[in-house]
Design a protein around this ligand. Structure first.
Ligand code: SF4
Ligand code: SF4
Length: 483
């Protein structure tokens, strides 16, 4: 993917937006190739790829138990209908009510807030309607929005916030909607009979976005978009190094951030330009003589780093050396290897082993990034930990295998505690989740063997949780001693 010091960047994704991104990059002097989902396989060893995820906005009525139709509409549809709504003659009885639902199911946006406020202003000032805004997380961080909300309230709009329980929706005998809710401020139960219910639209990845993600071996977040909220990544990064995700329409403030995103992507792509001369210090390596082609590593690698071809191989540039594949490989064909400081040949990184356990010891396996630091802090704080605690640090909890946990019991440990980073904080994406699953397997094994499954426990913590570390091991130890 290299040419005259410039990498070729593969743009994958939505035809319209993808073309715009390609043109922008070409204008900046980059060599750009386009690929659609048919033309791309994640087994390709791309130097750099930008996946443009256009997403789709939808009202997702079902998330609130709403049935669309009969004056239950999406915000964009209501804005289109607004010019045709006739002013209400106030001598004809109480003014009809329009209820806006914002941020009650999924992340809303400043754009939706602004649109709803603009429509409210027309409804209140010109069309003689009443307005209620029912919201969960109201997005008001765009310039001037908070003042607009205050102005809507001043004009008579009813604003109700829902932090936990959500409103419920029913239809009367004529099919007209009614809203039942608890006003959290006054603790009064309210029943509203709106003329219209207007729901904001939520941005989520569309089917095309999801298909591309699957092909790339990149794992989407909860909304189906590739950039995840893992704390170790910057905004565009995905779980696959070298593959970046751009969502042109995602900014909660409604700004056009494409230029900024592309500038950030370019920095990353220039770093990738050094791929040919760059080699990781630590990487997983497969011994082809031992590999049974079971594909367990391919399925378990959270970074899409295991390529399947004539041989099963690990793409070094994509490998985070988490050790998940090493712990999972049934043929023991995978070893983590690292270079010495002089960049000599790759040497095997020894697997963590248990030495000098005395019967009755509590063995704790802990990630170096979180548990080991919390343990050190616990010592500094004098927060107290049992003397018979054997602590085994691992570079990533993904490297903890079933055999390691069972070995502790074979050596007569009283219990085994596995401590990892919190969900979403694992630098290797899923090392913590893999460790939790190994603990589950060992619990089941103990149960089947007629032993107490409570002798093995899983917990998460952060590096600054020294006090909690002490509490977790003390409490577990106390429970074990009572048995
Ligand atoms: S898990 Fe082990 S045996 Fe299975 S494909 Fe990977 S390296 Fe080969
Ligand atoms: S060590 Fe981790 S990142 Fe590298 S190939 Fe194995 S599972 Fe994937």
């Amino acid at each position: 993917m290299k040419s005259e010091g410039r990498i070729d960047i593969l743009i994958i994704g939505d035809a319209t937006t993808g073309s715009g991104v390609s043109e922008t990059l070409i204008g900046k002097g980059f060599r750009v190739a386009r690929a659609d989902v048919e033309g791309y396989s994640h087994r390709s060893r791309v130097g750099g790829a930008i996946v443009v995820q256009a997403g789709e906005r939808g009202p997702e009525f079902e998330a609130l138990g709403l049935e669309p139709g009969n004056r239950v509409v999406a915000l964009s549809d209501f804005l289109e209908a607004l010019p045709d709504i006739q002013p209400f003659d106030k001598s004809g009885g109480p003014a009809p009510l329009v209820v806006f639902l914002l941020g009650l199911a999924g992340e809303s946006s400043c754009r939706a807030t602004r649109d709803a406020l603009a429509a409210s202003s027309v409804l209140l000032d010109d069309l003689g309607r009443r307005v209620a805004m029912l919201y969960g997380n109201l997005k008001v961080s765009a310039a001037g929005l908070e003042a607009e909300v205050r102005e809507a309230r001043r004009k008579g709009a009813l604003l109700l916030r829902f932090s936990s329980a959500r409103p419920t929706f029913v239809r009367n005998g004529e099919g007209r909607p009614a809203v039942e809710c608890l006003d959290e401020a006054s603790r009064r139960r309210l029943i509203l009979h709106p003329d219209w219910i207007v729901k904001d639209e939520i941005l989520r990845a569309g089917p095309g976005d999801l298909e591309r993600a699957a092909r790339l071996g990149a794992e989407p977040g909860p909304d189906g978009f590739l950039p995840s909220d893992n704390v170790y990544r910057f905004g565009l990064e995905t779980n696959r190094r070298g593959i970046l995700g751009i969502i042109p329409d995602a900014d909660p403030l409604g700004r056009d951030t494409l230029e900024d995103d592309l500038a950030a992507a370019m920095l990353e792509m220039r770093a990738l330009d050094r791929f040919d001369s760059w080699a990781p210090d630590r990487v997983a390596v497969i011994d082809p003589g031992l590999c049974a082609r079971c594909l367990t590593c391919h399925r378990s690698c959270p970074h899409g780093a295991v390529a399947v071809g004539e041989r099963i191989e690990i793409v070094p540039q994509a490998c985070f050396a988490c050790g998940i594949c090493e712990a999972a490989c049934p043929a023991k064909a995978i070893t983590l290897r690292e270079r010495d400081p002089e960049k000599g040949p790759l040497e095997a990184v020894p697997r963590p082993v248990l030495l000098d356990i005395r019967p009755g010891d509590l063995v704790t396996f802990g990630c170096r990034r979180s548990a080991e630091r919390a343990r050190a802090l616990c010592g500094h704080l004098g927060a107290g930990r049992p003397a018979d605690l054997v602590f085994v640090p691992v570079d990533c909890a993904g490297r903890i295998s079933r055999e390691m946990l069972m070995d502790a019991f074979l050596q007569d440990a009283s219990g085994v505690l596995v401590l990892t980073c919190h969900p979403g904080n694992c630098h290797a994406e899923k090392g913590n989740l893999q460790a939790r699953s190994r603990v589950g397997e060992v619990r089941r094994f103990l149960e089947e063997a007629g032993l107490n499954p409570e002798r093995v426990r899983f917990n998460t913590l952060a590096a600054n949780m020294g006090v909690e570390f002490g509490r977790m091991v003390r409490e577990f130890k106390a429970e074990l001693d009572q048995r």
